[in-house]
Write a protein that binds this ligand. Structure first.
Ligand SMILES: Nc1ncnc2c1ncn2[C@@H]1O[C@H](COP(=O)(O)OP(=O)(O)OP(=O)(O)O)[C@@H](O)[C@H]1O
Length: 314
């Protein structure tokens, strides 16, 4: 388990991280979200022992990162921001060096390098110098060094930054595959990534934790969660919007009907239930059909992470 306890960091008078506490169990993938400068990277640097906290600590698999840094760091794999890798080394030379630092020599060193190269799709550039790699490949090399010792705890600062969509997909798959026996914290600006990878999401703003929930729990905080979106066909600008709205409003459990968009032949509306958990889609559909409205599409809004993120952080 990773246990973060009252972690705080001052840079001069600026409080970059403000007394954050949380736990991450094995099997969890915790997404760190937050605006630029929120304190995500600073928190990760403290959890991995790269910078000392001003107050508080993190306990990694039972080892305190402040009082027993070497034991704690042995259990962590860390992918820092901007993939700092030695440019003059070849990919396999660099990973061999990382494996040695982690205590692997001889045949074990070679095996660890080969495994990391395979997992991170680096075979084609194995003997290429790091300085000649594209940004995405440098990122993958840095990812490879973070998993070379098969750590129980992985801290990944924007792991898919700079990768193309296919590589992003591969890396997310890899993270998910590894997660059953690891506790993983990753930071990201990509809200889709939270849905694709994370079991839990934490929003940080001004150094403080402002939300900690599952991705679906966060989405459920959206103002449109549970609302029903409909598109009506054969409903042009001359059709009677007022009549339609009063027809929908007759449905039990409907709080509000909002007109979203009118074009030459279609109308889009959103119907809000009295409470977000009330299911009204079937009733709304029945009322519209029995009044001869032509429903082209209908779906229940799950809520939007970007909207929730903006509401919480702005
Ligand atoms: N070494 C440092 N010296 C002074 N201020 C720092 C230092 N490192 C970070 N900061 C400040 O601490 C705050 C938090 O920075 P941090 O890099 O942790 O944010 P972040 O959430 O990771 O942002 P981003 O999403 O842009 O990477 C920012 O105001 C930043 O300028």
């Amino acid at each position: 388990m990773i246990e973060v306890k009252n972690l705080t960091k001052f840079f001069g008078a600026k409080k970059a991280v403000d007394n954050i506490s949380f736990k991450v169990e094995k099997g969890e993938i915790l997404g760190f979200l937050g605006p630029n400068g929120a304190g995500k990277s600073t928190s990760m640097r403290m959890i991995t022992g790269f910078i000392p906290p001003s107050a508080g600590t993190a306990v990694i698999g039972g080892f305190d990162i402040v009082n027993d840094a070497i034991s704690a760091r042995a259990k962590i794999g860390y992918l820092p921001e901007n993939a700092p890798v030695y440019p003059d080394m070849t990919v396999s030379g660099y990973l061999g060096f990382c494996a040695e630092i982690r205590g692997f020599y001889g045949i074990n060193r070679g095996r660890k390098v080969d495994e990391a190269i395979e997992k991170c799709f680096l075979t084609d550039v194995k003997f290429q110098s790091v300085s000649t790699l594209s940004k995405g490949f440098k990122q993958r090399v840095c990812f490879a060094q973070s998993i070379i010792h098969d750590p129980e705890y992985l801290i990944l600062d924007e792991p898919t930054d700079g990768l193309d969509p296919n590589q992003k997909h591969e890396v997310r798959l890899m993270i998910r595959k590894m997660s059953s026996e690891k506790a993983i914290i990753l930071s990201t600006h990509i809200l889709d990534e939270v849905d694709a990878v994370c079991t839990r999401a934490m929003i940080i703003a001004n150094g403080k934790v402002v939300a900690d929930d599952t991705p679906s729990g966060l989405r459920a905080r959206s103002k449109v969660h549970g609302a029903v979106s409909l598109t009506l066909d054969n409903f042009g600008p001359d059709s009677d919007q007022g009549k339609l709205v009063s027809c929908v409003q007759q449905t039990a459990g409907v709080r509000e009907t909002r007109i979203l968009e009118q074009d030459a032949s279609q109308l889009k509306i959103m119907v809000f239930p009295d409470s977000p958990d009330l299911v009204i889609a079937d009733q709304v559909m029945n009322v519209l059909s029995s009044n001869n409205y032509n429903v082209k599409s209908i779906f229940v809004e799950q809520g939007r992470l970007d909207e929730v993120f903006r509401t919480i952080t702005s």
